[in-house]
Design a binder for this molecule. Sequence first.
Ligand SMILES: [Zn+2]
Length: 127
Amino acid sequence: MLSYEKLKKKTAKSSFRSGFKMDAEDVAYVEKKGILAIREHAKRFLRERLFSFNRARDGRQTPYRGHPVFKAQHATGICCRKCLQKWHGIDKLANLTEDDIEGLSGILVSWVSDTDNLEKSGLNGSL
Ligand SMILES: [Zn+2]
């Protein structure tokens, strides 16, 4: 699995991936819940939505808004099993392992904590 820093360089070349930003609402949510809870949410989304490949639903299981982790998932290629295979080299037909869930949730939390991912307008940059 790529480190967050290496992944960040790769996703920077994709205007789709790099277009996702944390807005004021996302920042407020992270500050209210705390980063440990955010990591637990990330693990839960991975287990509930990405654990195994579902051909009919793949590509539609991750909303675009409603939780900062959803944005992080699109920004880092952790949104569906096809993207997990393309960006993270995880065979889409294999169920996620605990190691995968640890590593991927770490990447998602890194994205949420990275001040480069804050929307530029109207934020004071504190996170
Ligand atoms: Zn995807």
